[in-house]
Design a protein around this ligand. Sequence first.
Ligand SMILES: [Zn+2]
Length: 483
Amino acid sequence: FLDGTGVHIGYQPDGELEEDDIRQRNGLKPKERMPRLNDPRGLMTCGFTSDADYIRFETTVSTDADQTAIAPGYLQKDWVQNGRRYFHYRMDAPMLNFYSIQSARYAVRRDQWRDPTTGQAVAIEIYYHPTHAYNVPRMADALKKGLTYYTKAFGPYQFRQVRIQEFPRYKSFAQSFPNTIPTSEGAGFISDLRDPERPDDVFFITNHELGHQWWGHQVVGGQVQGSSMLSESLAEYSSLMTCKHEFSAPLMQKRMRDELDQYLRGRRGERKKELPLMLVENQPYIHYNKGGMVFFALQDYIGEDKLNGAIKAFLTKTRYQTRPYTNTAEFVSYLKKATPDSLQYVVHDMFETITLFENQLDEATYTQRPDGKYDVRLTLRAAKMRADSLGNETPVALRDYVDIGIFGPDQAKKTEDYDASGKPLFFKKIKLTQPKTVLTFVVNDKPAKAGIDPYHKLIDRHYMDNVKAVAAGEGKGTVVAQR
Ligand SMILES: [Zn+2]
C-alpha cells in the first residue's frame, strides 16, 4: 500500500510538529491548527493537498508477475515484461492530487450498478484476499444502495467504476481515493456480521467511503477551519442515511448512540480547544461523530428531502470549484435557506455553537382508564448549555422541540434499561421551556417504557437517564398540559 505517493511541490506544512508540548520541547511557539474560516490564503489552497487543484492523472505501475496493481483511473492495458507485470491507468475526469496504489495477489468480484433514472452503468469491482470473501457480497450490496441514494439525493457519480481493494491489517482504516477505496482487512473484510443485534459496520464504513466520492472528491473546501465538515461530516451523514433505510430502528438507535459516545469521549480528551462544527479543525470527534449526529438530527427536524435539497443545491454550485475554494459559511447559508424560522435555532445550536443538553425522564407512571386506554404521566427535566472552547458551560434559555416517546415492550433481545426498542405508542417533538415539565398522554396499548429524546438526536451529556420503564400508579406533581 503506497499512500501519499507521487510528487508534492513546495513546502508541506503537514510535516510540522503539531502538539504544543512537543513544540515547546523543541523551542517552538504554539501553532494555530488551521487558518481561519475566511483566511484569503487558505481559501486559495485546496483543503486536501496544498500543492495542486484538480489534476489530470495517468500512471504506469509495475509489480510481481502474479500480482494485480491498482491505482485511480481506468486500466488502459496490462502486460508482462522482464518477469514483471505492468498496469497502465488513466483517469478521464478531473481529480484531486490524492491517490494511493495497492498491489497484491487478489481475487476479484465484479458486479454492476445502473442509475435508475439515467441508465448510466457503474462497474463495481472488489479486490480481496482469496480467503476473505465473507463480506464481499455485502460490500457490493452497500455500494449499490449508496450509489442509488447519493445519485438521487445529491447528484451524479463522476466515474464509470468504483473499486474496493483490501490491504493487510497494518492499519485498520478505509480511505476514499478517486474511483478507488482501499479498505483494511480490519475495516470490513474480516468483520463478523453474524450477530443481528449489532449494527452492520461493513455497510456503514463502505458507504462512508463511497460518500467521499461526492464529499471530498466533487466538493472540497479550502485549507481553512470547517473544511473537514464538508468532507467527513457529509460522508458520515450520507452513510447514516443509507443505514436509516437499511437498519431496524433499534439498530439505528445503537448506531447513533455510538456517535454520541464517541463525541462525548472525544471532547473530554481534547488537548487544545473544542470548536463548533462549522469551525472544526480536522478534529475527528467533531467532524465524524458530532457531524454525523447533527446532520442526522437536522434531517429529522426539517425533513430528509428538505435537507438533501439544500445539500444538492450547494453541491451543484460548488462542484469542482477551486480558487477560491468554498467554506462552511457558504454551506451553512444553504442550510439556513432550507430551514423554517421556527427551527433556525437548531442550525445555530448545531453548527455555529457548542450546545449540550441535560435531559432526563424523572418519573413515568400509567393508569388504565375506564375506556381501556392508558393515561401516562411523565415528569421531564430539561436543560440546555453552551460550552466555550475550554469546556466552560453557560446555561441558555430552553425553547426547544424535543422528542418525547412512549413505547411498548422492547423488541431487541439484548437491551439496556436506557434503550427504547419497543413499538412507539406515542412519539412527537414537544416544545419544552421549563427545567421541569409534567405532562400526561393517552395511549391505546399498555406502555412499557418512555423517554425524552430516546433516540439520541440531541447532544445529551448523560443519555442513560433519558429512558425508563413506566410504572403502574398515579404519579406525583401537577400536570401542566394534557396531550
Ligand atoms: Zn471519511
